[in-house]
Structure formats: C-alpha cells, structure tokens
Write a protein that binds this ligand. Structure first.
Ligand code: KG4
Ligand code: ZN
Length: 326
C-alpha cells in the first residue's frame, strides 16, 4: 500500500494506491489563485502547497480508510517541475516516511502520466505508444516495460498545453486555457482560420508549437476590434491545429514501429477533440486504444502511486539525501 504525493506544479495531490487500485485520489487545484496572473506563479504555488499538503494527505488517508501504520511505502514526484513546489512534496514525503522508517519511492512526473494507464480498471500492459501532452511537456513515449519509457520525440519549444494556455490568454479566457478553448470551440468553425501545423514534412517525431502560438497572436492583432465576434472561430481553428499536430506525430510514431496499443496522458489528453481523433486513428489502424478518464490525465497522485508500484523503493535513511530534480 502506497501513499503518493504530487506537487510538481499547481495541484496539491495525495493518493493511496494498492495493486493498481485507487483507494483515494485527492486533488486541490490552485487554479483560482493563479488565474488572475494568467498562468502559474511559482512562489504562490509553493506557498499553497505548504498550506495544503498536510490536510490533503490526511484527506487521502481518511478517504482510503487507512492510517500511516498501514502503509508499505511513500512515493513522491521528484521532478521535473517547479523547484519550490517539488521541494514541498519531497520534504513532506521524507518527513512522513522517516517518522515511520518507511521506504520511499522517487517518481518522474512524466512516468506518472504514463503509469496512469496501469491503474485499474482495465490496466494496459506494455508495449504501447504513449502520447503525453501537458502544460510543461509534449512527447511520444515508447513504453516497453512498466518501470521506464523511451522518449521517441518531444517538443523543441513550447508544450501543447502551454500553447493552449497562451492562446486562451490572447482570447481573454482564464487560466487554465485548455478546457476554456475546448468550450469556446464548440461554437466555432475549425476551418475558419488557417493555422500552421509544424513539421508536417519528413518523418521526425518531434513537435513544435511556438510558431502556432505566434500565429495566434498575429491573427488576433489583425482582427483588431473584430476579435470579439471571431473568438469562437479562432479557438476552434487553434484547437484543430494543436490536435492536428499531436495526431500527425502519433500517426508517424505508429508508422515508424509496430505498436499493438496506444495510450494518452497529460492534461491535454483530457481534450475531447484529441480523444475523438485518436480513437478514429486507432480504429482505422486496428490498434488497441486505452483512454484513462480525464481526471487521471491532468495532474494527480494516483498516477505517481501507479508508477511507484513498479519501481525499487529506497530504504530509510538513504532518501534523506534526496533533493528535487528540476
Ligand atoms: O498534466 P497537467 O495537469 O499539468 C502539467 O503537468 O502541466 O496539464 C495541464 C495542461 C494545461 O495546459 C491545460 O490547459 C491543459 O493541460 N488541459 C487541456 C484540457 N484540460 C487541461 N487542454 C485541452 N483540453 C482540455 N480539456
Ligand atoms: Zn503533468
């Protein structure tokens, strides 16, 4: 039985996981505290984690009906992420684990997004190709075992979620922008504006979103006063371009190698259009598709527990040396 802690960005998360079963998965989103700034303010995130983590851990244990004495290990996200935010999680996990002389497991946040697919019900067994798209990362992971993944391609500049968040800001929508863009897109025409889909030629598996982001800034500027009435069309066209690139590179990954299954992870994987397009692609190619619920795509601690179950724990007091990875 593992208590997992995740504080790499702006969600304070704790979960109890046992053999792939989620016994509790508590998330306190700080989004409202960052909304006024149009994005995550690292110092505010760290301070909120400090205030929230103990009650969130208590809530995760009590929802699971467990106490510290029932645990076999404590897992924590060691990186990548915001250094101050990570340190709150790592220090708290160390304190909890060492008080009980429990072993500790360090988890790579991105491995957590992959491992959300190992959770019950219907856990996915490797090998599979996993597209991870979040606010900080965009990559294609070749997953051949539960304890690791290979990066087959990744963004050369911005992450997909970062581009969506920026586009939302240009359209006057609050943070986080991905769900807002999705909502506004429902009333828009995805073909109204032609946004560039980067690196469509060649066979490379890397991504790029900075050109798309700039194109949005220019499109909004060119509309001037006309922006207000074209917001839905802009949102829909932008969303289509982001999803177009993600699915194009995923398709290329499937062309490059034989993968029996596909999975998605990261906050952008909660996007309805992306989920539909990937479902169509997998049907056409007769490849199995695993889609975890949107709540397990965005940051959570159950996924960190899921990864930890397949990693080797460090005994007390070895982990007291641990720092965060940036
Ligand atoms: O994985 P995540 O919760 O945190 C990071 O590790 O970054 O991802 C957050 C990102 C944000 O950029 C947010 O706008 C985006 O995921 N996101 C979405 C949706 N829900 C969250 N993007 C598109 N459509 C959504 N429904
Ligand atoms: Zn994440």
């Amino acid at each position: 039985m593992i208590l997992a802690i995740e504080t790499s960005c702006d969600d304070t998360c704790a979960a109890v996981v046992e053999n792939g079963e989620i016994l509790s998965n508590v998330i306190s989103s700080q989004a409202a505290s960052h909304a006024a700034f149009g994005g995550v303010v690292p110092e505010i995130a760290s301070r909120h984690h400090l205030e929230l983590l103990n009650p969130i851990v208590d809530a995760a244990l009590s929802e699971a009906g467990k106490s510290l004495g029932d645990l076999d290990a404590i897992a924590v996200t060691r990186g990548p992420g915001l250094i101050g935010a990570l340190l709150v999680g790592v220090s708290s996990a160390k304190a909890l684990a060492s008080a009980r002389r429990l072993p500790m497991v360090q988890v790579d946040h991105l491995h957590g997004h992959v491992a959300a697919n190992f959770l019950e019900p219907d856990p996915l067994e490797p090998p599979f190709l996993c597209l991870i798209a979040s606010g900080g990362h965009t990559l294609l992971a070749g997953v051949t075992a539960k304890d690791r993944f290979d990066v087959l391609g990744q963004t050369l500049d911005d992450a997909a979620g970062e581009a969506l968040d920026k586009a939302a800001r240009v359209l006057g929508l609050p943070y986080p922008g991905g769900p807002e863009i999705q909502r506004l897109s429902a009333d828009g025409d995805p073909a109204a504006f032609e946004f560039p889909v980067a690196m469509t030629r060649g066979k490379g598996l890397d991504f790029s979103f900075s050109g798309l982001k700039t194109a949005m800034v220019y499109a909004a500027r060119d509309l001037g006063d006309g922006l207000a009435e074209r917001r839905a069309d802009l949102a829909a066209s932008f969303q289509a371009a982001v999803v177009g690139q993600l699915t194009a590179k995923l398709g290329r990954g499937l062309d490059a190698d034989e993968w029996p299954a596909v999975a998605l992870g990261g906050g952008v994987a909660a996007n309805t259009l992306l989920r539909e397009r990937v479902r169509d692609m997998c049907e056409q190619r007769a490849v199995k598709l695993k889609l975890v619920p949107p709540a397990l795509c965005t940051d959570n601690a159950a996924m960190i527990g899921a990864a930890a179950e397949h990693l080797v724990p460090a005994p007390h007091p070895e982990y007291l040396e641990w720092d965060a990875w940036v």
